[in-house]
Structure formats: C-alpha cells, structure tokens
Write a protein that binds this ligand. Sequence first.
Ligand SMILES: [Cu+2]
Length: 167
Amino acid sequence: MGLNEKIIFLGILGIGAIVGVISFTLFSDLPPTPGNTKSIYRQDLPPPPPTAQASSSTESKVDPATVKADATLTILEGAATQGNPDYDPKELSVKKGNIIKVENADSLPHTVTNGEGANDPNSAKIFDTSLIMGGEAGILQTEEIDAGEYTYYCTVHPYMTGSLKVE
Ligand SMILES: [Cu+2]
C-alpha cells in the first residue's frame, strides 16, 4: 500500500466516523414524543369490528338471575362443614325439561355434580353446575337428562350429597 492509498483509506474512515457522529447526534435529538399526533405518517386505528362484542354476549348461557326456574335447590349456609345440612331439599323431584335454579346460600363455592364422588367414572357426565360461588346461583337444565334417580355431590366437599329424581 502506498502512502496516497493510506491517506485515502484513513480519509474514508474519518468521513464515515464524522457522518456516524452527526447522524447519531441529529436523530437522538428527535425522539418520538408521546402526544405528538402531527406526524405525517399518523393514521387513525380502524374502529374495532362490531361483531366482537355481539358474539360474546350471545354465547352467554341462561342467566340464573333472570331465568324462570321450575324448582329451586338451595345449598345451605354452613354446608361446607362436614356434618352440617347441605342441600335443601335433600331429594328433589322434577319433571324432565324443568329448569332448576341452584342457589348457593353459603359463603364458599360449591357444585351440584352427578355421581357418587370423584372416583365415579360417570361423575359430571349427566349434570354438573360447575363451581357456584358463595351467594351466587347456577342453573341445572334437565332437558337432556333421562328419567331416573341420580345421586349427586359437591366436587369441593364430596361429603355433601343429595339426589335428583327426573320424571
Ligand atoms: Cu361444597
């Protein structure tokens, strides 16, 4: 490499460094500013698709608060304590197709789940309210339950048991 080439090479390096420093300084002085909406690149977001909310509300099932129930099954206050009265009535009889409102008068979550307990292979296969929080209500539909007498229990407190007769 001759002397001229070295000078040119170092010159190019120097120009590169200067351009780098200038660019860095200029652009770091122009950070994006929150609230600055005057950018020529600004575009308003499209409105959310109107179907998003509508579909979620139609998916919701029967509302226990407004449904006209044919029978009520109450989970009594204190039912979570073993030995206390739990379901009222203990034996409920309804007609097939009836809607049963399950009111949890206790402060803890409970379920009404068909079967003899968690080890029953048929557990929850015929009906199951899933967890009903304390003070809330759930619904049991009997439309698809065959006539017969079914024992049920609470999945949280398996010593809570009762029976449901569908005629
Ligand atoms: Cu329970």
